[in-house]
Write a protein that binds this ligand. Sequence first.
Ligand SMILES: Cc1ncc(COP(=O)(O)O)c(C=O)c1O
Length: 284
Amino acid sequence: MGFAILNGEIIERVNAFVDVEDRGYQFGDGVYEVIRVYNGRMFTAKEHLRRFVRSAESICITIPYPTEQLMSLLEKLIQKNSLQQGIIYLQISRGITPRNHAFPVGDVAPTLVAYTKEVDRPVEKLKSGVKTILVEDIRWLRCDIKSLNLLANVLAKQKAAEANCFEAIQYRGRDITEGSSSNIFIVKDSVVITHPSTNLILKGITKDEILRLCTANAIAVVERTFTLEELMQADEAFLSSTTGEVMPIIEIDKKIVKDGVPGPVTRRLQAFFEEEIKSKCGNL
Ligand SMILES: Cc1ncc(COP(=O)(O)O)c(C=O)c1O
């Protein structure tokens, strides 16, 4: 895509360079967001930017612009790139300094970068559901921060890719935490269950939308930890993420979930979620 944001300026993407001593590049010392764009409009942008600010604050980085200014900059970027269906990738790092683990002393400006990418909705997968594998969650204890450090997530997703699967579902001890780039829900006896938003998972924007949609539509829902055994015996299971929306799981480690097709509660939540997109961003 033609244009990118670098430190508050919209410039040609080919000119958007970052120094080799940027701390994001050397230490993963920064945080990021991915915001969905439908019909040229950002979906749940306020929630994403709130999380961006919160993630940055939790590692002592201050976003150098007010949220409203960042929002209008992102809107301009969408227009410049004529983006209809896609995503905005946004990241901030602690800036450029001679390499040293401790924070730089003095005034070092953070580096803020954003660019867009065309991404279609995964319509076929949303209909048919996806296959997954199980992997041990080997991440740190601040998974609530949307950190640039994604090595464990990368390794987990690679295992899924090698197994021809869409996602790797992570477990810590006997408890299921989340996917490598998604949250996970199960349905048992018509109750929707998902891991509470603690330090062990990312508090997904899509997860929160789904919780809200459950409550608004009288679908029983509870945030509590659930085990590997509960996952394997669930009536339904699905993932949630900005790009994957409400994604049915039909297989886990080669074992078929219930009947091997997306279940009724998952289907209802998909329909409610689509309505939500349409009401905010127009017809799909
Ligand atoms: C580890 C992890 N969990 C959950 C999610 C889902 O979050 P969201 O719904 O905000 O995209 C993501 C998204 O990338 C993620 O990386």
